[in-house]
Design a protein around this ligand. Structure first.
Ligand SMILES: [Zn+2]
Length: 409
């Protein structure tokens, strides 16, 4: 479980802000926000989901910074009372819903900080998942770098040697005499290159980033959703506690992640499948089957690079032009009148920019062209102002604490 994983890591003092008070939106607010989120997913062209330990607590795996999190309790000299092994845990409703949304082409990519392997075990394909901090159910060759799925969780953490050898040849690759090590990062390790590249590219290309069950304190993982904002996309944060980037979010949903996802899926009209061990590759007894290869295909990174150049580079130019035009307008007006005019125009541009961005980016998206409905987006923009106001109005504590959240790692 998480505490045994945490115990295996080197001592590290700065674990971020721990045990912040949990908040719950009222039933009606939650309903409205989930409806809006579903609408945004429906209208988006490229959705990326960022997941943290909060999506696995329903599976019996404690989180780290929650009110009963491993590190929150550690600070008080306590240990979590819940106890389930990584091998016993099974994917939650959220894991299964995300798998289904990928299949339905409503979500393009999942970026996870979790090491519990539950995304993999939901049956998701490798090309749709980045595991930035490793996975207890995978091992990597120290020679060829290939990754393979294991039948049971590794006992070690921190990229330590295992007693297994490379399976490259058995799964149709080149012969390799390398030995395997676990893929779990310790504090001093760099993030896996290919997982990080795909995460950077997808987060930049996305027009909607949804964060589930993470306080976004660990970097660089916690900053990836901001790339979506940088290129004109939307940021949605679903968490029980305040997060480091709440102020930058277009929508904050405070509630239980499974409940949020169930409501969103209902609104989308997509059924959440049950977990089936036959779909779980860690339950595959044939460890040399092709499906046990968990290496990110380089072709996928190349494809994403092409998409990034098409989608994000024109966006950069557009941002510069907009800034220049705004400055030129400013020089012609009196200070007071200028402020008033700019305030009104800014609102309009904000809405129009979202619409034109979405439609322009649709033209460049290669594999999944869902044209956004401008009318729908305009409506949503109005709704969201209302939701944001509600959140900000009722979360003054969070806004104060937000400034205190420090970057971890
Ligand atoms: Zn190898």
């Amino acid at each position: 479980m998480s505490s045994s994983y945490a115990d295996g890591l080197s001592p590290y003092e700065n674990k971020g802000v721990l045990g912040l008070e949990e908040r719950y939106d009222s039933v009606e607010t939650l309903r409205l926000k989930c409806g809006l989120l579903a609408e945004w997913i429906q209208g988006a062209r490229h959705v990326v989901v960022h997941t943290g330990a909060g999506i696995s607590t329903a599976a019996g795996i404690p989180d780290f910074r929650g009110t009963n999190g491993v590190w929150t309790l550690e600070q008080k000299g306590l240990k979590p009372t819940m106890s389930i092994s990584f091998d016993e845990a099974i994917p939650t409703k959220t894991h299964m819903a995300l798998k289904k949304l990928i299949e339905a082409k409503k979500v393009k990519f999942i970026i996870s900080q979790n090491i519990d392997g539950l995304h993999l075990r939901s049956g998701i394909q490798r090309q749709h998942l980045a595991e930035l901090h490793g996975n207890m159910f995978t091992e990597q060759c120290d020679k060829c770098g290939r990754q393979f799925i294991r039948n049971f969780a590794t006992k070690s953490v921190g990229k330590k040697s295992l007693d297994t050898v490379c399976r490259s040849e058995q799964i149709g690759g080149r012969p390799c005499r390398g030995r395997m090590h676990d893929t779990i990062l310790d504090w001093e390790h760099n993030l896996p290159d290919n997982d990080l590249s795909l995460s950077d590219l997808h987060s930049s290309v996305a027009d909607l980033s949804i964060c589930l069950g993470t306080t976004l304190q660990i970097i660089p993982s916690g900053n990836l959703p901001l790339y979506t904002k940088k290129y004109g996309g939307r940021l949605v944060i679903c968490n029980l506690q305040p997060t480091k980037h709440d102020k930058k979010a277009d929508l904050i949903v405070n509630g239980n992640v499974d409940e949020i996802i169930v409501a969103v899926m209902k609104k989308l009209g997509v059924e959440i499948p049950e977990y089936e061990s036959s779909m779980d590759p860690t339950r595959n007894s044939d460890t040399t089957a092709k499906e046990m290869d968990w290496t990110i295909p380089m072709s996928r990174i190349k494809e994403m690079n092409v998409l990034y150049k098409k989608v994000c580079k024109p966006m950069r130019r557009k941002r510069k032009t907009f800034m220049y035009e705004r400055e030129r307008t400013d020089t012609k007006r009196e200070t007071k009148a200028r402020k008033q005019a700019f305030g009104a125009v800014k609102q309009e541009i904000k809405t129009e920019d979202n619409i034109s961005t979405s439609s322009e980016m649709c033209k460049t998206e290669e594999d999944h062209l869902v044209a956004s409905n401008p009318a729908k987006i305009e409506e949503s923009a109005e709704d969201i102002e209302m939701c944001r106001f509600t959140v900000e109005d009722t979360t003054t504590t969070g806004r104060d604490t937000d400034t205190k959240l420090s970057e971890t790692v």
